[in-house]
Write a new protein. Structure first.
Lengths: 317, 59
């Protein structure tokens, strides 16, 4: 019997296959690139270029209007060290970051746990009421709180008068010692509902059996919260912590601008409002951009540290 | 020391440290200056360390 050594057809086309595959991969790559290009161009145009420009402008002195622009190196940054108002704005930003984050997160988690775990009557109504401030514009919230804090006809002082607690009346937005905390209360009120709903959505996805099983083992609601709820919503908590850092910097600017304008005597100034003031009101654009660089570095560093401190393997359930 | 007592002590210590850090931030803000700002940033850093120490056993 004669044996034939015929090569199977697959072997003939074997060298051609990788070439075809690599050509297809190249084609796929081009298609992906073409799809990404518009977004990439927009990102570079509206994110990268302005950010680089902020860094570049921080080395110049410029009024913002005249054609004269002078390179001054690190002079704008050395000026920051002697600027007491900048230090005060930085301190206010850190204070708001810490206090507003701790209070809002604590209250948000507490309310979310109660609304999810306890069968409260009318909880949808409470959720709606707490969420409404988040829908309102920040300027509207500033107007509401300005009315509440009004010295003569404000709700707060009026209520204190009604309760014969005249001694507790304050000039809430005029007292240098308490003005920042008045703004902080408005910040907490504005964002509490948002974070509460975020936490509630995570908590609602936790299987009920876990609570039932732990309940049978004798776990108290507090124990269940710290051993089941908190670990299972951890990824959500991580995300919101980064949001807190950003909102402490950004939201505080809008509220301060609308409620106090940084006053009285700069006591409620925050970093962004001070930067805005220097760049657009004081005609020190370069100096304002130097403050912008500090804000960028600070936000970036805190967000990075928060991310590192809270990193853990996501739990599957 | 029992495991439960040890756990309770650690939780109490962490809570106390966090509360002290928040208090330090509030108090240090009343004085304007680089020293006070440095104290505030240190308190913020300690808060993050407390958070990291709580998170460590879950990694």
């Amino acid at each position: 019997m004669a044996t034939t050594t015929s090569t199977p057809p697959s072997d003939i086309s074997a060298p051609a296959r990788p070439a075809r595959r690599s050509a297809r991969r190249r084609g796929d790559g081009r298609f992906v690139l073409a799809c990404l290009l518009p977004a990439l161009v927009l990102f570079v145009l509206f994110m990268v270029v302005p950010t680089v420009n902020v860094f570049r402008m921080s080395f110049y002195t410029w009024s913002g209007f005249s054609p004269d622009m002078r390179f001054v190196g690190f002079d704008n940054f050395t000026r920051l060290f002697e600027d007491a108002q900048f230090v005060r704005a930085f301190q206010n930003t850190v204070a708001l970051l810490v206090v507003v984050t701790v209070v809002t997160m604590g209250m948000g988690l507490f309310l979310a746990a109660i609304m999810t775990r306890q069968r409260l009557r009318g909880r949808n109504f409470y959720r709606f009421v707490l969420y409404v401030p988040n829908v309102l514009s920040v300027v509207v919230i500033a107007a509401i709180f300005s009315a509440i804090y009004d010295q003569q006809n404000g709700l707060l002082n009026g209520t204190l008068r009604l309760l014969s607690l005249d001694g507790l009346q304050q000039v809430w937005l005029g007292n240098q010692e308490i003005v920042l905390w008045s703004v902080a209360i408005a910040m907490v009120w504005q964002s509490l509902g948002y974070y509460m709903v975020l936490y509630m959505s995570s908590m609602a996805s936790i299987p009920e059996e876990l609570y039932e099983a732990s309940g049978l083992d004798g776990a108290s609601p507090t124990r269940q919260f710290f051993s089941i709820t908190l670990p299972l919503i951890w990824q959500n908590l991580r995300t919101t912590l980064t949001f807190f850092v950003m909102s402490a910097v950004n939201l505080s600017f809008v509220l301060v601008r609308a409620m106090t304008g940084g006053g009285p005597d700069g006591s409620s100034e925050v970093l962004l409002s001070y930067m805005y003031k220097q760049a657009y009101t004081n005609s020190s654009y370069g100096y304002g951009m130097a403050i912008g660089v500090v804000i960028f570095a600070f936000s970036f560093l805190v967000s990075l540290l928060v991310s590192r401190a809270t990193r853990r393997e996501p739990l599957q359930f | 020391m029992k495991e439960f007592t040890r756990g309770a002590l650690v939780v109490t210590a962490r809570t106390l440290v966090a509360a002290v850090c928040v208090a330090v931030v509030v108090i240090a803000r009343t004085t304007v200056g680089w020293g006070s700002l440095a104290i505030m940033l240190c308190a913020l850093l300690v808060l993050l360390v407390v958070l990291a120490s709580y998170n460590r056993r879950f990694r």
